[in-house]
Design a protein around this ligand. Structure first.
Ligand SMILES: [Zn+2]
Ligand SMILES: [Zn+2]
Length: 377
């Protein structure tokens, strides 16, 4: 039995209800939500803080090749399914690719069983550190800093900014690379040259000028490296402009996945598969290798001609990472902002107020005009 088969068997042995479930409060039996920055599930009704039992399993790396073989030819889909809220009984469909969410009607945590059909389940998670209030504060601070944004955006930010806590799926890859390259090393040197200049009156003067030259010589060599935790977002739900704050993570904060951490938040299943994710990771890995090659060539300048890289010992982890997101509509366009749920870092796109831009332009023109008048006197 291969390693992938056995660990798959392990996850399948676990009852579905063990992987995703809601937790009743020890005090009153109500469904609980995870409290960011803590290790407790908090009851909104009776105030009881229910401790999450520590799981001291190590978060392990999994072998990429064995998993790929095991997955070969199998479609992976999360079908939208109808779930019934355990608290208010309302039936509803979870959004695209979500496997945990909140009831639309009473906002109590609900989970779908759809994710249990996925071949690879998240083994590790960075629990939310930033709570809802801090996420809203970060958003307001960000809006305040945008002084070319329309005033109604600022009003919107003051009202409830509608932040949603979401766990996004990621792959992290480790691998070794061995690269052979050919290229050129450039050594700079300078010469002093006599330059004759003739001014408007026809007088010639002679001066010396330093000029830079580069001597190129052919080189070849090899570099080896270990790449640790190269991270790839496995979701298509965020537009590229929003990736900024969702790419910088401290993966030392990873703990073994426990369904308690998802309670009360939304969580998304992966849409970028394990095999599709690796070429994306390779772009980062190759950029690192390119940097190593240039350092290996040395000199003042480098030219890289041919690169051939072998990737070995590829392993991966499937993890969930926390973000607060919000989307708002302004004049029929949707703008989004995002707060990193671990670090509080913010990314966002915002509308620009053309009135403000025009006024700024006019102010600059007037300013220049005043300066010109002052100087001409
Ligand atoms: Zn309670
Ligand atoms: Zn409900």
């Amino acid at each position: 039995m291969s390693e992938a088969d056995s660990s798959e068997a392990r996850t399948q042995d676990r009852p579905e209800a063990d992987f995703i479930r809601t937790f009743p409060c020890g005090g009153c039996g109500a469904k609980l939500s995870f409290a960011p920055g803590t290790r407790t599930l908090k009851c909104e009704f009776c105030g009881t803080a229910n401790e999450i039992e520590a799981d001291d399993t190590r978060v392990e790396e999994l072998p990429f090749d064995t998993y790929l073989k095991a997955l070969e030819g199998r479609e992976e889909m999360v079908q939208a399914e109808t779930v019934k809220c355990a608290k208010c009984g309302a039936e509803q469909t979870l959004g695209d690719n979500l496997f945990a969410s909140a009831c639309t009607f009473c906002s109590s945590p609900i989970v779908s069983k759809g994710y249990a059909a996925r071949r690879i389940k998240p083994k590790a998670i960075v629990p939310f550190q930033v709570d809802h209030k801090r996420a809203q504060d970060e958003f307001r601070r960000w809006v305040k800093s945008l002084w070319l944004a329309p005033n109604d955006l600022k009003r919107y930010a003051q009202s409830d900014a509608g932040m949603t806590g979401l766990y996004l799926p990621y792959w992290t890859y480790d691998c070794n690379t061995a690269t052979h390259y050919t290229g050129e090393r450039g050594e700079d040197y300078y010469t002093d040259e006599r330059v004759e200049t003739t001014d408007s009156q026809g007088r010639t003067s002679v001066s010396t000028q330093r000029r830079k030259h580069t001597r190129w010589s052919a080189v070849s060599g090899s570099v080896e490296a270990f790449h640790d935790d190269v991270i790839v977002m496995a979701s298509h739900s965020l537009p590229r402009t929003m990736h900024g704050a969702a790419t910088a993570w401290n993966l030392k904060g990873l703990v073994p996945y426990q369904p308690e951490f998802v309670g009360g938040f939304r969580a998304e299943a992966y849409q970028v598969g394990l095999s599709e994710g690796f070429p994306i990771a390779k772009e980062d890995i190759d950029a690192t290798v390119y940097g190593l090659i240039r350092r290996d060539i040395g000199g003042d300048q480098q030219r890289v001609h041919q690169v051939s890289t072998q990737y070995s010992n590829v392993t991966f982890k499937h993890v969930l990472l926390p973000v607060w997101i919000s989307a708002y509509r302004y004049r029929d366009k949707v703008f989004r902002f995002l707060v990193n749920g671990q670090t509080g870092e913010v990314s966002g796109d915002s509308p620009t107020s053309w009135v403000k831009v025009t006024m700024l332009t006019i102010a600059v023109v007037i300013g220049i005009f005043i300066l010109l008048v002052l100087f001409s006197n």
